[in-house]
Design a protein around this ligand. Sequence first.
Ligand SMILES: [Zn+2]
Length: 439
Amino acid sequence: MPVQTLTPVTPAEQMSIVRCASCHATLDDRTARATCPNCGGLLAVEHTLALPDGETLRARFDERLGVESYRGTAAERSGVWRFRELVLPGARAEEIVSHPEGNTPLVARDAVASFAGVRQLWLKHEGHNPSASFKDRGMTAALTQARRIGAVAVACASTGNTSASLAAYAAQAGIPAFVLVPEGRVSTGKLAQTLAYGAHMIRLRGDFDDCLELAREASERLGIYLVNSLNPFRVEGQKTIVLEMLQQLGWEAPDWIALPAGNLGNTAAFGKALREAYALGLIDRVPRLLAVQAAGAAPFAAGFSDDFATRRRVRAETAATAIRIGDPASWDRAVDAIRFSHGHVAAVSDAEIFAAKRVIDSCGVGCEPASAASVAGVRVLAERGIIGGDERVVAVLTGHLLKDPDAALAARAAGGLGSEESLSREEALGHLARVLASE
Ligand SMILES: [Zn+2]
């Protein structure tokens, strides 16, 4: 792919620019690059649109929640494009690829709050998105950008949720999709979704980090648009998890936002969302981020322990496949997010993750294993007194229970809730009576 000319951009000419975090080169907002053409650095979107004060902007976002919006286009009903001034304001209506997505619930359950050791805990359940994970928020923005630049194809490396989401949005956009997943490391639910939506899948004999490297190479050599988590437009869409939860809380920021942390794309996006929301006056104080890693895949937690003096890499091992990542792509942005929010990074064992999942599942909410890391992390920090019992906490659940049916069944077999029996018609009634008596 030829190196794109770096065009000088002024705020008056554009509503967004794309800037390299390393060499500070700027590209216009219709760039097809996922990384800096000068130095290979990470790109970030900056919005230069002149916006009104926080109160006016809050009122505008709230107005779009009204009944009238449900008669509008998918983009008007989307929980991502509701905040379009902060996502991709230059996207024209006909360019937007929206399911719609977002509008996910804030769920409160006493059993989960009690388990976590805090009185006020909400679960922001991103598993309620169209492909059943938070990835749809970034993907609507990335596929919109793919359409804006006339991409011939899109590709990603994935632990599974990204591939399912990419496949869904590429299908809607009518753009061929390629997904690279590590052989034997992706759950059944996610594989089934990706294929059903019609993507071309390569199960690479290697780990996630090998998949990421190959995706970058395919992008460079074949001109395929790369929509990995380092794609700057995905970050813009993922910011709306935070914007939407703030709106649901009446724009009163919680004390903490806890989230599962693997590739650190969400940690980075949440930091950017909070920085912008605070600068625009949407909120008057900044919640602290708690990024939670699985102990077997915790380079970022190790980095936090020495104030991120060095970038860490580990060989990742955890049953929480969605966060089984040893060399997180968005490290630098995530460090910035933790520092800006005076946040914290914790590591929790798989046993602690599955204990949290059991409680989340048992009150009828349910989530995939990696999601439960957020609640497990809150419990650990509450035990240590870092999170106070009276502080208001939102824990993000990133994916739906059915994303990993094998994990759900394995947990049941290992003594989880529920029961199953294979019985004849004659035996069944007596069994029902015995179970009823024991309840
Ligand atoms: Zn650069």
